[in-house]
Design a protein around this ligand. Structure first.
Ligand SMILES: [Zn+2]
Length: 395
């Protein structure tokens, strides 16, 4: 088999992200990374295409485990065209892999969406790659449903969940559940058995209920603080457990509307650099002007980039991961070296991905190249240039 195209990137700074190399050289062969090191240590293979990023920062491509859509497309359409719109736009923002995320809907609607989405997972896309489905709900708390419709929230049903996994062709990778619901253990059991990561979210759990969930392997928290029982010093609730537990990977939405910047700073300090996940929860309105959009089966009104449903509740975001990173760094004073973990290595570990979220020999050549203002200059997916700001090339 031929090795495919060879690309040599000269990096001003390269974040593996466990290590920082400055300057550095990275060689891509075909779809994978062949070598990473200093310019002295890594030879440029003959015939390699050269990429000059000597004034730029080279990082693994971003991974977004929580995204409902963008560019006018909602992933629950379940069409190739919609998913490809999402794929292309995400690449412009440094995201190279994502989990298309569903919202609670009547069982037949979810069945149909999962069937269609599952059938698309192995297709080729122009930009970021879908890695599987995030099933957000419907086994969530009626008290903390956010914009998930009351009529679509269901009591835990392990058979239904198993059926959804089946129709999706085993493409469900993450499932958001409320750990306090009676009968949820059977759903968690199916998730554990199927290699699906179970996440706590849209939950009114007490501290003890959330701790018990974590004990059963629910070590991922969805949009921390949002749609969760509030934190109180006499009733720490699910937020207390998410913040305290060293095992739990925790999403945060850093758009300034979902969580106050001061609370983002507090969150960063408590969770530490190895457990933060910078996700978007973005909806179809992302990368689009204000107006009327959809989130799954629901209508959403977008004003100044903030999405709300008819009741005025926050309904996802218009955030992109490059902006999430910039806001997080500005609000926390974390270095880019630490903050980048929240979009690369941490989601890779949280989702148990192999060969993603790192720049090391053998890893997938998913790469983002950023300038000093966190603007994405180039994006590679599986070794292919899918976005180039300079030439305007977009997948
Ligand atoms: Zn949500």
């Amino acid at each position: 088999m031929s090795k495919g195209r060879i690309v040599a990137i000269e990096a001003g700074r390269l974040l593996t992200p466990a290590k920082t190399l400055s300057p550095a050289r990275l060689v891509v062969e075909g779809t994978h990374i062949a070598e990473v090191g200093t310019a002295e240590a890594v030879r440029i293979p003959t015939g390699a295409e050269r990429v000059d990023a000597s004034n730029l920062v080279v990082t693994p491509g971003f991974i977004d485990p929580h995204i409902h859509g963008c560019g006018g497309a909602d992933v629950m359409d379940g069409t190739y065209e919609s998913l490809n719109v999402v794929s292309r736009i995400l690449a412009r923002h440094g995201t190279t892999a994502f989990l298309p995320t569903t919202v609670s809907a009547p069982p037949d609607v979810l069945t149909s969406a999962l069937e269609k989405l599952g059938g698309l997972m192995s297709k080729n896309f122009d930009g970021a790659r879908p890695l599987g489905i995030h099933l957000e709900g419907p086994f969530i708390s009626a008290y903390k449903r956010g914009t998930h419709k009351a009529g679509s929230v269901l009591a835990p049903n392990a058979e239904l969940f198993a059926q959804w996994i089946r129709v999706s062709g085993d493409s469900v990778r993450l499932v958001t559940i409320a750990p306090e619901l009676e009968g949820i253990d059977s759903v968690i059991h199916v998730a554990n058995d199927s290699g699906i990561v179970a996440a706590m979210g849209h939950s009114n759990a007490t501290f003890d209920q959330a701790s018990r969930g974590a004990g059963r392997g629910v070590c991922y928290a969805v949009h921390t603080f949002n749609a969760m029982r509030g934190f109180s010093h006499r009733d720490p609730g699910i937020v207390g457990e998410v913040l305290l537990s060293d095992r739990i990977f925790a999403e945060i939405i850093t758009d300034g509307a979902h969580v106050d910047p001061a609370v983002v700073r507090l969150f960063a300090r408590v969770k530490g650099k190895d457990r933060v996940l910078l996700v978007t929860d973005a909806i179809s309105a992302t990368d689009m002007p204000d107006g009327r959009y959809v989130l799954g089966p629901d209508a959403v009104n977008v004003v100044d980039g903030v999405c709300r449903n008819a009741e005025g509740r926050l309904a996802g975001s218009t955030l992109t991961q490059d902006v999430a990173l910039r806001n997080f760094v500005n609000w926390t004073d974390w270095s880019i070296e630490d903050a980048i973990l929240g979009l690369t290595l941490n989601p890779s570990k949280a989702l148990k991905l192999e060969r993603k979220g790192v720049l090391e020999p053998g890893a997938d050549a998913d790469i983002a190249i950023l300038d000093g203002q966190f603007r994405v200059m180039k994006t590679f997916v599986a070794g292919k240039l899918v976005f180039d700001r300079k030439t305007g090339q977009s997948a």
